[in-house]
Design a protein around this ligand. Structure first.
Ligand code: CA
Length: 220
């Protein structure tokens, strides 16, 4: 697995590169966003800092998504969720708060990497239609009023779980297990962030109803 650490802080980058290398991954340290756009063919996954010296991380993501579905994990400073939401909206697959615990980082890399592999191999062509929303299980994509909307792997799973049983309640724990496996207990807030991004892409926030204190339900 070739992992790009896109980070201009040498201390942070060195710690990440060491940890990845110790876990049998090939870590490539890139200091500028432009390098990701040039070298994405050589990579399997990108860890992307949003504050880079040449290009804003969000802009890197936006340009990368025009040419590649390479998995991207955004690294963000604590207490600032706005850039994360923008990142997810522009095609990031997941995010981590810095300083990230190494066990969590490795598990996220594993999850996102595994999903990306699955996404490439899914040949099943099944669509579900709810009014002008068309959910395509084969390409893991969504069409809203005729416009194709690209969902991240996380967002698609978050959408697919309630859609599989319309009207039935899906608990937060079930969703967290489905998205991240049961490796974490502290990702509850992440679930909210991914759900906010998904609802904004759906353009119909009411399609997924929140059941307070429990989870969600697909209304359609
Ligand atoms: Ca930085």
């Amino acid at each position: 697995m070739r992992v790009a650490v896109v980070e201009d802080d040498e201390g942070v980058a060195d710690a990440l590169v060491d940890a990845l290398t110790a876990n049998w991954m090939t870590a490539v340290h890139l200091r500028r966003g432009q390098e990701v756009l040039v070298r994405h063919h050589e990579l399997d996954i990108v860890l992307l800092d949003l504050g880079l010296p040449d290009l804003d991380g969000i802009e890197v993501l936006r340009r990368l998504r025009q040419v590649s579905v390479l998995p991207v994990l955004v690294l963000t400073a604590r207490d600032d969720e706005r850039p994360v939401v923008r990142g997810l909206h522009n095609g990031a697959d997941d995010y981590l708060v810095k300083p990230a615990r190494m066990s969590e980082l490795l598990a996220r890399i594993d999850t996102v990497g595994r999903r990306a592999a699955l996404q490439g191999s899914t040949a099943q062509a099944t669509t579900r239609t709810f009014g002008d929303l068309v959910i395509d299980v084969g390409s893991r994509s969504l069409t809203v009023a005729g416009d194709r909307v690209r969902l991240t792997t996380m967002e698609f799973d978050l959408l697919a779980a309630p859609v599989e049983n319309p009207g039935a309640a899906v608990s937060r724990q079930q969703l967290m297990d489905r998205l991240w496996g049961d490796a974490f207990v502290a990702v509850s807030r992440s679930l909210d962030v991914h759900m906010a991004a998904l609802r904004s892409k759906l353009g119909r926030p009411g399609s997924i109803e929140t059941i307070r204190g429990f989870g969600y339900r697909w209304i359609g």
